[in-house]
Write a protein that binds this ligand. Sequence first.
Ligand SMILES: Nc1ncnc2c1ncn2[C@@H]1O[C@H](COP(=O)(O)OP(=O)(O)O)[C@@H](O)[C@H]1O
Ligand SMILES: [Mg+2]
Length: 359
Amino acid sequence: MKTKIGLLYGGKSAEHKVSLQTALAVIGALDLEKFEIHPIYINEEGQWIKGPQLTGPVENVSALGFSGDNQVSTLSLAPALFHSGTQANEPLDVIFPLLHGPNGEDGTVQGLLELLNLPYVGNGVLASAAGMDKVMMKNVFAQAGLAQVNYLAFIKSEWEKEKATVYTKVEQELGYPCFVKPANLGSSVGISKCSNQSELEAAFIEAFQFDRKVIIEEGVVAREIEVGILGNDEPECSVPGEIVAKKDFYDYKAKYEDGDTAMIIPADVTDTEYQHIKEMAIKAFKALDCSGLVRADFFLTKDGRALINEVNTMPGFTPFSMFPLLWKHTGVEYPQLIERLVNLAKERHTQKQNIKYTF
Ligand SMILES: Nc1ncnc2c1ncn2[C@@H]1O[C@H](COP(=O)(O)OP(=O)(O)O)[C@@H](O)[C@H]1O
Ligand SMILES: [Mg+2]
């Protein structure tokens, strides 16, 4: 029996196009002898559209953006969307969400899939939500004893009431340079590096456009090292990779438009540094109660200190993204990586079926 995979891609977020590219690559890598592919497309208006089952390779992304009659809105999608259509009421076996950003990797879609009791690839509600909020994530890391940069957080109304006090606190506790970031957005959107108070003010204004909560971090001079974690209860760590930015910092433009960054895999780190990063990454994975996969990003200072920067609960997943490349260099090719993730999803779901909810 083939495993029926529901590929969930597109989405309302800024990363719609990236998601389509990822879907194309995943479709190309899935073995049609083993898997049935059922596309579920979320268009830029946020409507969910179930496409016909894919029985062969797809040429380009334009074949993945469906419209038309079987369009289902998010509110009424539950029963209609997650069935293979081949037989009435036969649910898909695994949902593979290939979505980034808000409403994709923040736990909302995961919550929907939980309600439907469907196995799905990747992190659950809690890890996804906590991983999307930089303040929550850092609070969890702090509690787990993981080394990281010093940080402060403010909500918009606090800042509006006492701007001067907020700036003094930032200057006294963190100093310059510091980084101001919206708590809830990825892809470096709304992030500024500040060297003085007027830049700080501008950075708050900018960041508050994207969220009601901001995080301010002490700036460090460090290399950026990333590892991929794969597994459920016994997560494994990939070889390390390094992001080298040609700009002042790894910003949105550099990441997504200019291609102004390079990836070095494996990163040139000492064995001691790698062991330490690996240990921290697995600790972070467990602290956030992750499952399936995570990309863990670190700062490595000149004196060899590793500080955790963040984890990404749905890291970039095209064959040219860091996470799949890290695993390729670790000996897991893209098609195997996908299969492992599907199996991990089934394993976690099976485990959950044995949990009692009443007593
Ligand atoms: N505290 C910091 N010190 C030095 N550089 C930082 C710091 N925070 C962020 N950066 C730079 O900005 C980039 C984006 O920040 P990050 O927190 O990773 O946001 P995103 O979630 O958008 O990836 C990092 O990859 C790094 O280059
Ligand atoms: Mg980052």
